[in-house]
Design a protein around this ligand. Structure first.
Ligand SMILES: Cc1cc2nc3c(=O)[nH]c(=O)nc-3n(C[C@H](O)[C@H](O)[C@H](O)COP(=O)(O)OP(=O)(O)OC[C@H]3O[C@@H](n4cnc5c(N)ncnc54)[C@H](O)[C@@H]3O)c2cc1C
Length: 496
């Protein structure tokens, strides 16, 4: 075990590698040497265009100018995901980043809304959400106000390959050394098994004290070298393939991702400023590549810019994300399909966790255990959230959707669903990145309707409740008139 961490080696230069290099360098400065090795010949996975709001914190911490970032990554604004045909064909709902309603008392807004519905309210849950109202009109603007009713949390759509390159410049300017080459052999200490160095095909050796595995689905250090077990979740999430294809830019870009369910799987549609990102996710157990290809190409809004590229994956995670002196970040640490755009977020939270627990005088086994326990919890809560979308469905048009509905789900998720159906309560896990509002939107959007609501709601009489609802809805509508068309916003903002 190294005594002190003087040199960090990052294996891999995809989004994970460069995000890690940029943040480590920002936090640790020149107190450690950082070297990143990547191979242009191997390349990067090259997909992944939608994010969730915490990425803003990451960028801000690095001191990234949002306008330059949007310009250089061909970025657009994301307020929500619109789930089409997920509950059943012809129906859709939004999972927005906003929080419908506002704080009204002891419990979450949806309890009050449920009682108001019972009392005759004719507004949907989403009518109380500014993000939803903006999506409906394809609008956005940055609202400068302290009024929480006008909060409009957002994330981005961007080209993740360009984001990696953007961060590379940051990291290199800060002193990170980049080495081009293919890692052929990973050297280990004969007794401890700790990694001591990477040997490249041309014989160069890269030595280090701590190694970050960012080699993508390959998992070259964590899995192939250290042999850490991969926990397979394909019995819950059987999708194992995706086909991705860019298409021409749509005339008008919208500030949300579209996720469209088909009988064989689901399709994403992500608007960037120069093109659309499209792809289909499916399971080879239920669908052939040809069927998926036909569905994808038959459902593009604009002309395809090339042939679809097939990517295979296996949903699950490595049992440990930190083992000996290797920390796996990015796809090397596990894979969850991009339904809720969580992979880049998992990279971010992995790096932040590593920073919090960064070893100084040697690696503490207690710290490693803590890192692994937190990562496990985070991965599992996201996994459950994704399973929820599939499991609670009313589709009857294919064996795939019937199997999803009938499968046995993780106990914790089953409990969560039952509790919501019976009482409308959402039980949050500590490391869950999705808050009550997210769970409620997806649960109700997929067709769950609670039988009850919290008793605290009864403290408000029917008339007071209905008039409070009306006021909140009007307040939420107020800023909509001041928003700009999404394209107009992007153009004005990025050229300022
Ligand atoms: C179909 C699909 C859609 C996705 N959509 C989204 C999305 O919308 N939102 C989201 O957040 N995430 C999404 N993701 C995930 C996202 O693409 C990844 O999380 C992200 O790109 C990080 O990838 P990575 O850096 O871990 O791996 P990669 O991009 O594969 O990078 C691996 C790096 O390791 C290097 N490398 C590997 N082996 C060697 C070797 N032997 N020697 C030297 N170098 C080596 C490669 O050259 C490369 O630089 C999606 C993933 C897939 C598959």
């Amino acid at each position: 075990m190294p005594d002190a961490i003087k040199k960090v080696v990052i294996a891999g230069g995809g989004t994970a590698g460069w995000m890690t290099a940029a943040l480590l360098n920002k936090v640790l400065g020149n107190s450690v040497t950082i070297e990143l090795v990547e191979s242009e010949q191997i390349g990067i996975v090259g997909v992944g265009e939608a994010t969730i709001p915490p990425i803003q914190t990451f960028n801000r911490f690095l001191g990234i100018d949002e306008k330059a970032f949007l310009r250089e990554t061909q970025g657009t604004i994301k307020l929500a995901i619109k789930f089409e045909n997920w509950r059943k064909p012809g129906e859709s709902y939004y999972h927005t980043f906003g929080a419908p309603g506002t704080t009204m008392g002891f419990c979450s807004f949806h309890h009050y809304w449920l009682k108001a519905k019972e009392a005759g309210l004719d507004k949907s849950f989403w009518d109380f959400d500014l993000n939803y109202l903006a999506c409906q009109q394809g609008k956005f603007n940055k609202i400068n106000t302290q009024n929480p009713l006008y909060d409009m949390p957002y994330a981005y759509h961007f080209d993740s390959a360009l984001y990696g390159q953007f961060l590379r410049r940051f990291a290199e300017q800060g002193g990170v050394k980049r080495t081009e080459g293919i890692i052929e052999h990973v050297q280990q200490h004969p007794q401890s098994g700790f990694i001591t160095g990477l040997q490249l095909t041309d014989g160069r050796q890269i030595e280090g004290d701590l190694f970050i595995d960012c080699t993508g689905l390959n998992g070259l250090l964590i899995r192939k070298t250290l042999g850490v077990n991969y926990e397979d979740w394909s019995h819950w999430l059987p999708a194992d393939s995706a086909q991705a294809v860019p298409s021409e830019r749509f005339d008008k870009t919208l500030p949300y991702t579209r996720s469209i369910a088909h009988s064989c799987g689901w399709q994403w549609r992500i608007p960037l400023t120069h093109r659309n990102g499209n792809g289909i996710v499916y399971s080879s157990q239920f669908t052939t590549d040809e069927q998926a290809n036909e569905t994808l190409l038959g459902n593009l809004d604009t002309e395809a810019l090339g042939e679809p590229r097939t990517i295979r994956f296996n949903t699950g995670r490595t049992d440990q994300q930190w083992c000996k002196n290797v920390v796996a970040i990015g796809l090397s640490s596990g894979f969850l399909e991009p339904l809720e755009s969580t992979s880049i977020h998992l990279i971010q939270s992995g790096i932040i966790r590593l920073m919090k627990m960064f070893p100084n005088q040697g690696i503490s086994p207690a710290m490693v255990d803590m890192y692994n326990a937190e990562s496990k919890d985070e991965f599992e809560t996201i996994r459950d959230f994704i399973i929820l979308h599939y499991h609670v469905n009313e589709r009857d048009d294919s064996e795939f959707w019937r199997a999803m509905r009938e499968m046995t789900i993780p106990d914790r998720l089953a409990q969560k669903i039952e509790a919501f159906k019976e009482t409308a309560a959402i039980f949050n896990e500590q490391n869950d990145i999705f808050r009550d509002a997210s769970w409620v939107q997806v649960m109700m959007g997929q067709g769950l309707s609670p039988r009850d609501y919290h008793a605290a709601v009864n403290a408000m009489d029917k008339q007071t409740l209905l008039s409070a609802m009306q006021q909140i809805q009007q307040a939420k509508m107020q800023p909509v008139a001041k928003l700009l068309g999404h394209d107009e916003f992007i153009e004005r903002y990025t050229s300022a």
